[in-house]
Design a protein. Structure first.
Lengths: 497, 171
């Protein structure tokens, strides 16, 4: 099987393949010759220059790589070509199995407006707003007035926060529309935007579904992904604290998700994203027709291996699990470890990783794609690793995550590890009072919180003594002048080495 | 032995005395009166770049990322930039003068200039956006470090820039 991706998700898929005794083929761009997924795969094929448009997004080059390695199937991972109907269709034509739903389903559910029509037809609740892309400002003005401000402008073809704008009043609408449309045009090749009611302090809750190619489809419960920066998730968990308060919600949202997925003839793994308000009303947002970044939290609480199921389903196997077979146990949390600087507006921080040590121990899982000495390339998403933990309760999972974060060490580049350590101490987070603006609110005081700490002074002393010791070791090399450095030779005899 | 060390731009005096397998240390801030610590310590390198430091009985794992001056030193989850005074250059001194005199706005990483928000001769306020650089598909607006006047614009919209390249100057 060829893995048409890079980084941690390529590593994740290769691990599943190894467990299933399926030979793996990695692809890599010129920027990724030294990437971990290339080292881990059984075979690896170069697919072009660093620019993803000429490598990881090049359908002909990837199909060629599949052909020369005689790959029977392609796993697209997430991002890149994973939700590209044209790619799925090209695989179908080349008689290479695409690990995911059919190209028709991707096409239908990939358009937010079309997916919304499917959801409405399936009787699932949706956020009030337009169903089609807005034609012009005049239509936008009338629609926004009809549903009431604040409203949200969104790209019809995209996701990940690109082409998204909050509009609080009519006077901001025209310029926001222009901005959203041009950003959408740049990111997705289509400037189509639509408009919907903005839910205040919303929670992002999504349902994992799994369907085989024989008409059987179930859901694996929810993940809450309300901790976001720039509309991108950074912390995810299952169960959602909202669902823990109202256990019937899982079944209500889960049933709605299954209805929508069935209406779309969905097969393989997919995720239906919902917005929930604080009282527990929920609205279908969009569907991701692929494996999700945060799938490990569902794997923790259900005990299922989603990637292996994806592969088995694609091979034509029946999904042997009934809905009633799915049981949820304990609580799982994920932190996405990025090469980025939270104190500089989450700006990416590529470069050479000097040291890299992953945490281990009870209930800890790391899905990583980085190692010490590797240069994080500037061309791609700066996700280094996903740290997930499991424990029997949410509180215990938070403590376990705190412990694991303290064991996770990355130097040479800036990461958001320190941010997570602080976020886990946040009262609202600990209480489970989540909403998608929580991280922004938290960031307003993050810099101050970072500056104060109890054991800071002692740690600084320890750092100084180690640095002095390291400095002496260097000076003590073969070129050292003994007479001029009496204290250094003293140190060499005993202590600081 | 006595050493001058700089920790995150603050200067300290370190007095170390070996006693058997351990050492006593005394650390004093040069300008910071409260920066004082003393006691008994033991330091061993356990792996390349990884040190076990015991301050009394308190145990710290300290990691030093090599090849940098000042050194990037991590003690647990705290990160410090440390240089020893005899090896240091004027890096720390420059830092103190952050917003005084002409300020060069430099690219923080390789990328592409997406937009220039000011014109030469324009008066700008501290925090005002000057230029947008895109890297790793993210747009970063670089802001003015001070109130002043844009004296020079070297960046060209659409051009790629290298890390550390001067984009413009605010005086």
């Amino acid at each position: 099987m060829l893995v048409a991706n890079r980084g941690e998700i390529a590593v994740r898929v290769i691990r599943a393949l190894r467990e299933m005794n399926v030979a793996s083929v990695a692809i890599f761009s010129e920027a990724d010759r030294r990437a971990l997924h290339v080292q881990m795969a059984d075979e690896a094929v170069p697919v072009g220059p660093a620019a993803s448009s000429e490598s990881y997004l090049s359908i002909p080059r990837i199909l060629h790589a599949a052909k020369i390695t005689a790959a029977e199937a392609i796993h697209p991972g997430y991002g890149f070509l994973s939700e590209n109907a044209e790619f799925a269709s090209a695989c179908e034509r080349a008689h290479i199995k695409f690990i995911g739903p059919s190209s028709q389903t991707i096409e239908q559910m990939g358009s937010k407006t079309a997916a919304r029509r499917v959801a409405i037809a399936a009787g699932a609740p949706v956020v009030p707003g337009t169903q089609q892309g807005i034609r012009d400002y005049d239509e936008a003005r009338r629609t926004a007035a009809g549903i009431g401000y604040p409203v949200l402008l969104k790209a019809a073809a995209g996701g990940g926060g690109k082409g998204m704008r909050r509009v609080d009043r009519e006077s901001e609408l025209e310029s926001a529309m222009r901005g959203a449309s041009s950003e959408a045009e740049r990111a997705f090749g289509s400037g189509e935007v639509y408009l919907e009611k903005l839910v205040d302090r919303p929670r992002h809750i999504e349902i994992q579904v799994l369907g085989d190619e024989h008409g059987h489809l179930i859901h694996l419960g929810e993940r809450e992904c309300s901790i976001q920066r720039r509309h991108q998730k950074v912390v995810e968990e299952s169960p959602s604290p909202l669902v823990s308060e109202r256990p019937e919600l899982r079944h209500r949202i889960g049933e709605a998700a299954v209805r929508i997925a069935r209406a779309a003839n969905y097969t393989n793994a997919g995720t239906l994203e919902f917005l929930a308000d604080q009282p527990g009303n929920f609205y279908f947002l969009e569907m991701n027709t692929r494996l999700q970044v945060e799938h490990p939290v569902t794997e923790w609480v259900t005990g299922l291996d989603l990637v292996q199921w994806q592969i088995r389903i694609a091979a034509g196997e029946r999904l042997t699990l009934a809905q009633s077979d799915i049981a949820w146990r304990g609580s799982a949390l994920e932190c996405r470890v990025y090469a980025e600087d939270p104190l500089n507006n989450f700006f990416p921080s590529p470069g050479v990783i000097a040291q890299y040590t992953e945490p281990a121990g009870p209930g800890v899982r790391v899905d990583g794609g980085a190692y010490a000495g590797w240069t994080v390339p500037i061309e791609y998403d700066p996700l280094l690793a996903k740290l997930t933990v499991w424990a029997d309760s949410r509180g215990a999972a938070i403590e376990r995550m705190r412990r694991a974060l303290a064991e996770f060490h990355v130097s040479g580049i800036t990461t958001n590890l320190g941010l997570f350590a602080r976020l886990l101490e946040d009262e609202s987070f600990r209480a489970g009072n989540l909403h998608t603006g929580l991280l922004d609110e938290f960031m307003r005081t993050f810099a101050e919180r970072s500056a104060t700490s109890d054991d800071h002074d002692e740690a600084a002393v320890a750092a100084v003594l180690a640095a002095v010791s390291a400095g002496q070791k260097k000076i003590d090399g073969p070129t050292a002048n003994g007479s001029a450095n009496r204290w250094r030779s003293e140190a060499r005899q005993g202590l600081f080495r | 032995m006595k050493l001058r060390v700089e920790v995150d731009g603050e200067e300290y005096l370190l007095d170390l005395n070996r006693q058997g397998s351990e050492a006593t240390y005394q650390l004093r801030g040069v300008s910071n009166e409260s920066g004082q610590a003393s006691g008994l310590a033991s330091v061993v390198e356990t792996q390349a770049g990884v040190y076990s430091v015991l301050l009394g009985n308190r145990s710290f794992e300290v990691r030093i990322a090599n090849g940098r001056e000042p050194a990037e030193v991590w003690a647990g989850q705290h990160r410090y930039l440390i240089s020893q005074a005899d090896a240091r250059d004027s890096a720390g001194k420059r830092k103190g003068a952050a917003a005084v005199g002409p300020q060069e706005i430099r690219a923080q990483m390789p990328g592409k200039v997406i937009g220039i928000l000011v014109a030469p001769g324009q008066h700008v306020e501290a925090g005002q956006g000057l230029i947008i650089v895109e890297a790793m598909k993210m747009q970063n607006e670089m802001r003015s470090p001070k109130d002043g006047v844009v004296s020079k614009i070297k960046a060209v919209a659409g051009a790629t820039v290298a890390q550390g390249e001067v984009l413009m100057t605010v005086e």
